[in-house]
Design a protein around this ligand. Sequence first.
Ligand SMILES: [Zn+2]
Length: 147
Amino acid sequence: MKRDKNIKGQIDFNLKNVKKTEVRLLTSGIRIVAQKGETSAACPYCGIVSNKVYEHRKQLILDKPSNDKKVEIELNKRRFVCVNSECSAKTFTENIEGLSSTRRYTRAFENYLKDLVSRKGYMEAQRFLQYKYGLNVSLTTLFYLNC
Ligand SMILES: [Zn+2]
């Protein structure tokens, strides 16, 4: 168990301004539970800062493998109430930096995939991800990355 603790301390992930609240070692890899540290967020429409949380939503995001293990981030994303009565947005989701455009991966994971594809080709990259990390990444996703 001491070894597990050492691994946990070393785990880093690739989202900015997000802090890890928990690290779980699963047989399938590493799961990091994380959320933004700030208690408030600015509405993207009117810019007014709100600290009224409307709801929490969990989102699972893949990050670049670390220590030869799959890394997934369980992101606790918050939706805030816009406190500006003049604003057309009633609620808004906090912005998380470092996510890919699909928001299912971190940008670091996306770059890792691109690199893998350029070294191994699409088919081999897909097989490698499945075999090594148990990840099912479709060929469509891999094609799409390289556009
Ligand atoms: Zn607003």
